[in-house]
Design a protein around this ligand. Structure first.
Ligand code: SF4
Length: 949
């Protein structure tokens, strides 16, 4: 305990590490008495978004329970700071409604009857099922579908050890559109901005908190601003981030690429671009516009061709299209040119994930980076692969030789990720079935569009043979499982994390803090669930043990991947997996540990994170090593070729690694797009989104059709849809909410539990003298939802907005989704495929082991909008285009708050309309060989002639 001093000099940011074993604080609940409490502090990693900030768990030595979570100052990315969601982990682990034991369903799926089973029964049942599937050549019927991964590589390794092509992710409802734009430029599919050293920062995400890396980015943006950087935010909505910016650019949704290309044109026309960078690092030699390319194309000719091509993107055009004033566009473009190599930006969801063709926003943004030479620089845009570090374990199984067309179907050969949100439609079309389906921290019934189609799929045992939900909490999806398998929160599991949060590389070690502490005190555990609350387990140990259950005698060649590197032939223990990595795969860690007389594992257990030193900029300029150069040759294009593959490129007469693209340069011009049937998209372009004003009613005025793709999908309204047409922005979130897992964090729900419809006053008048709090009915192409209005000038007329991450519901009065965050609903299928949901009761106080449940003062749980959206697969990226064209009217007397209606027959029809826009692969190659996949199969599987598919 620190002595109190009136001048506050006793205060510190965090307890010093040497006191972490026994930290003493006064008990605030005992005030005014001075009661000292002793804590052991154990580091771990937050699991409430992807950032992987460092947490410190304060374990009360008297009770043996975690008392609170604070930030870990030894973590290189979060530096001791957290957002509201990090400390809220304490609510999650002590939530009385959480799942504590493995549960198996009784009666029909979705019927809500459960009984407790042992982990051993679970392993034997699921293990023998998977064994049969693999032995019978049905390995692709085993599917692992992940929401929040929270780990690096271990799952890829597990699936490849099983030899199956079964990894499915949520990415195509999240970020795959932006990823395609980045991938086409430089292969790496995520940006890593160096905000702290930037002179100008441009953000295009829905806002900082709903982009990625909220806390690590926010603190570095502030660092940058304090050093004089300017901040611009392009967002149709006045977000928290926009309200702090130097420039708010409220674009009409989907027009962002037009504004970015207008800026690019200005920088080109004013000759303010980085000539040397463009000449050296872009593939201008390949530029071919409208089929024209000179014989010996010069750099100047290529630049002229670009100027000519983008001539129509005048600031005035961009203003007309986007609503952002031309002079602001000009001013920001000149600021970006001034910043030069210190121009940083971030685009993740927002414009990219809302719009048809949203991936072109990322391409247009990257054109600005190429023009300013701000790629790979301090203060600029860096590649995720340069800042993220994924160490390899003691053995890596060979890639799978199969190709699962339920994941990567032929219609979308350029999709960056699995077409996961179409799974119900694929099964409805008879493309296959799923024998064993794992959902992992994943709630598609609630977070995906078209959730009722997911319910229809999950309740059908012909389509899904067994559904095991690996989850830390009940969810709308877990309700339709055969097994609900409780998995740990951030202080209850092992994981290794690294993210591209800033200019630097690091790893973070998530650990089960109670097990770690008790082992320090001499206890021994075989499994983490023996030290966690109830029998909450962790995935790492689950997969190791399931793999042994699939292949108990090793005859299938699976078990060997899960044997100890230290005790040959014996089952791998989870700490051995990480021990080997820390001892062998993390540069500098063994030495740093030795300096403190610790083993590398002890070092990571003590500090929870480690920074890997080394240069992280301009790695494209690294020389190809002499060993790699042996038996290589240089072709006419200057590529360093070996065994038929480019391994580098000649720059200034030196062989350097370049980028992982076909040209080894930044691909301003994409031959890949032409080769894969999209010749109109060889360059960064602007095409209108499916929700552009030209697709709304004629009343919005004359809009030229020059930029509408010929194949713009048509909206067909159901007969009951009435009211004026608006664009709905459904993909921003309140900064303190966490997808599905906010539900059991009472602290977060107390702060935010309403998601009204944002309506501009002009529209409020048009709809019919609407005031804040009035009930509105929002019609989509497949149904409607009813919610309150919030009249605000924080967005433009013609656009309405509603936050996701609210509107949780449960069909059971007392069970299922946490009662502090969900409405109890009456859910009925009134006719085949026609679903009606009505709130029976909102949130209210109730008795539980947590005394706070009697103090609940709010009654609103929000309204579930996503379930009323049809699927909109972008024909190129495959991303679900979230923005919706909706009709909005005043609710009728019979409508009630929270009412939802959906017709899944209509949703299948919308799916077919959008599917028709795709351009399938025509040859034997399924997808460009240089395009990655999450768990990449062998190259042979990329061809249809292989055994796969
Ligand atoms: S940004 Fe917040 S939720 Fe995300 S890891 Fe950090 S503390 Fe946790």
């Amino acid at each position: 305990m620190t002595d109190f001093k009136r001048d506050g000099s006793h205060l510190s940011f965090c307890p010093p590490v040497e006191k972490w074993d026994d930290w003493v604080e006064l008990d605030p609940k005992a005030w005014p008495r001075r009661v000292a409490r002793h804590y052991a502090i154990v580091p771990t990693i937050c699991f409430n978004c992807e950032s992987a900030c460092g947490l410190l768990a304060y374990v009360d030595k008297d009770t043996g329970k975690v008392a609170k979570f604070e930030g870990n100052p030894k973590h290189p990315a979060s530096r001791g700071r957290l957002c509201a969601k990090g400390p809220a982990t304490i609510n999650q682990i002590h939530d009385p409604d959480r799942v504590l034991f493995p549960m198996k369903r009784n009666g029909p799926r979705g019927g809500g009857r459960w009984s407790r089973v042992s982990w051993d029964e679970v392993l034997q049942d699921i293990g023998s099922r998977i064994r049969n599937a693999i032995r019978q050549g049905r390995g692709e019927e085993v599917m692992y579908h992940v929401g929040r991964p929270g780990h690096d590589f271990i799952m890829d390794r597990t699936l490849q050890a099983w030899g199956i092509d079964g990894h499915n992710s949520h990415t195509n409802v999240c970020s795959s559109s932006a990823r395609l734009g980045y991938l086409l430029w430089h292969y790496a599919d995520r940006p890593s901005p160096d905000h702290a050293n930037a002179k100008f920062i441009l953000l295009l995400s829905a806002h900082l908190e709903s982009g990625h890396y909220f806390n690590p980015h926010a603190q570095r943006i502030i660092d940058g601003k304090m050093a004089g950087a300017k901040l611009a935010v392009m967002d149709p909505r006045l977000s928290n981030t926009a309200s702090m910016a130097d420039y708010w650019m409220p674009t009409y949704p989907g027009t962002e690429a037009a504004v970015l290309l207008a800026m690019a044109k200005l920088i080109l026309d004013e000759n303010r671009f980085d000539r040397k960078f463009m000449r050296t690092w872009t593939n201008w030699q390949e530029l071919e516009i409208e089929g024209r390319k000179s014989e010996a194309q010069s750099f100047e000719a290529a630049i002229d061709a670009l100027k000519h091509h983008y001539a129509r993107f005048t600031p005035e055009f961009a203003e007309k299209e986007s609503g952002v004033k031309a002079e602001v566009i000009v001013k920001v473009a000149r600021d970006i040119a001034d910043a030069g190599s210190r121009f940083a930006s971030h685009l993740w969801r927002g414009s990219a994930s809302g719009n048809l063709g949203g991936w072109q926003t990322a391409r247009a943004l990257m054109l600005l980076h190429a023009l300013t030479g701000s790629i790979g620089t301090a203060g600029g845009h860096n590649l995720n692969a340069w800042n993220k570090f994924v160490p390899k374990p003691f053995s890596v199984p060979p890639p799978q030789t199969r190709w699962n067309e339920l994941l990567y179907p032929p219609e979308w050969p350029l999709c960056t990720h699995e077409m996961s949100f179409l799974l119900p439609h694929f099964l409805q079309e008879g493309r296959g079935r799923v024998d064993t389906y794992f959902t992992r921290v994943f709630n598609p019934v609630w977070t995906y569009p078209d959730g009722f189609s997911w319910i229809e799929m999950l309740r059908d045992e012909e389509k899904v043979g067994l559904h095991a939900a690996l989850t830390p909490t009940w969810s709308e999806t877990a309700w339709f499982a055969d097994y609900v398998l409780p998995m740990g929160f951030s202080s209850e599991r092992h994981d290794l994390m690294s993210q591209e949060t800033h200019s630097g590389r690091w790893i973070g070690f998530r650990q089960p803090v109670l097990r770690v502490l008790r082992e320090r005190q001499g206890e021994k555990f075989d499994f983490t669930y023996q030290a966690n609350p109830g029998e909450v387990w962790e995935e790492d140990e689950f997969w190791i043990n399931l793999s042994w259950a699939i292949d108990p005698d090793g005859a299938m060649g699976i078990r060997k991947w899960f044997e100890s590197p230290y005790r040959p032939g014996e089952k791998l223990r989870v700490e051995e997996y990480y021990r080997w990595i820390f001892e062998n795969s993390v540069p500098g860690l063994p030495e740093a540990a030795a300096e403190e007389k610790l083993t590398p594992l002890e070092y990571m257990r003590k500090y929870g994170a480690f920074e890997i030193k080394g240069d992280v900029h301009q790695l494209n300029e690294q020389r190809v090593s002499e060993t790699e150069l042996a038996q290589s040759e240089i072709n006419a294009q200057g590529l360093v070729m070996k065994n038929g593959k480019a391994i580098g490129v000649m720059v200034d007469e030196k062989p350097v690694t370049g980028y992982n693209t076909p040209s080894r340069k930044l691909e301003l011009f994409s031959k890949t797009m032409a080769e894969w049937n999209w010749p109109e998209f060889v360059l960064p372009e602007y095409y209108r989104s499916h929700i552009h004003r030209s697709a709304q009613s004629a009343s919005v005025g004359e809009v030229s059709n020059d930029f509408n793709p010929q194949w713009m999908p048509k909206v067909e309204w159901p007969p009951h849809a009435k009211g004026g047409v608006y664009t709905l922005l459904p993909i921003f979130r309140l900064p303190n909410l966490i997808h599905t897992r906010s539900g059991n964090a009472k602290l977060l729900y107390e702060i935010s539990h309403k998601n009204p419809l944002w309506v501009n006053p002009v529209d409020a008048k048009k709809i019919g003298d609407v005031h804040t709090g009035d009930l509105l009915k929002v019609h989509t192409e497949i149904g409607f939802f009813v919610l309150h209005a919030w009249v605000t000038e924080g967005l433009a007329p013609g656009v309405v907005a509603c936050s996701h991450h609210l509107g949780r519901w449960r069909v059971n009065e007392e069970q299922e989704v946490e009662r502090m965050s969900s409405a109890w609903v009456d859910l009925k299928e009134v006719a085949k495929g026609q679903w009606m949901m009505r709130h029976i009761e909102g949130v209210h106080p109730y008795a539980s082991p947590d005394p706070d449940s009697k103090r609940v003062w709010w009654s609103d749980a929000g309204v579930h909008q996503d379930i009323t959206f049809p699927v909109h697969p972008d024909p190129v990226s495959g991303m679900h285009c979230w923005h919706q064209m909706v009709r909005v009217e005043r609710a009728a007397p019979q409508d009630r708050y929270g009412d939802i209606f959906v017709d899944t027959n209509l949703s299948h029809a919308v799916y077919l309309r959008w599917r028709a826009l795709a351009r399938p692969a025509t040859g034997t190659l399924r997808r460009p060989l240089w395009f990655p996949r999450v768990v990449r199969p062998a190259e042979s599987a990329y061809y249809r002639t292989s055994t796969g598919g």
